[in-house]
Write a protein that binds this ligand. Structure first.
Ligand code: ZN
Length: 138
């Protein structure tokens, strides 16, 4: 038998470690987000300068997250998903893009909807006035 996932709405935030680069004098990471669920990645047996096999950035830019299925390394740019039961887990950006659609409406769509609504109601009022005049005055 074949099944299709039910369309569910989830919350997600893209994670980047908030790091201060003392040489460049600015913070690293496009959108630094402080995330309560992601801790610092620390392992005594793995040097922070080791390159990650997933994202090819050094481990010092990574985070660590405890999920229901155990601990996970969080790469910079990974999405932190809050599932339907409130469970949180990381998701790689390429998988995320293939699985989820952005629910946020672009501002242009919202303005268009408001204008279309105004035109509709003005048309309805104008039509009503025209109809009343036609009935009243012939
Ligand atoms: Zn990585």
């Amino acid at each position: 038998m074949k099944f299709r996932k039910k369309p569910i709405v989830i919350d997600a935030e893209q994670w980047f470690k908030v790091t201060y680069d003392s040489e460049a004098g600015n913070s690293i990471g496009e959108v630094p987000i402080y995330h309560l669920d992601v801790g610092y990645y620390r392992t005594p047996d793995l040097d922070g300068k080791v390159i990650c096999a997933h994202c090819s950035k050094t481990m010092s830019y990574h985070g660590w997250m405890n999920t229901l299925e155990g601990g996970h390394i969080v790469c910079p740019g990974d999405w932190i998903i809050t599932g339907i039961k409130g469970e949180k887990y990381p998701c790689k950006p390429d998988i995320f893009e293939k699985t989820y659609l952005d629910m946020q409406l672009p501002i242009g769509y919202i303005i268009l909807a408001i204008v279309a609504n105004l035109i509709f109601w003005l048309g309805l009022i104008a039509g009503g006035i025209w109809l009343v005049k036609k009935i009243w005055f012939g």
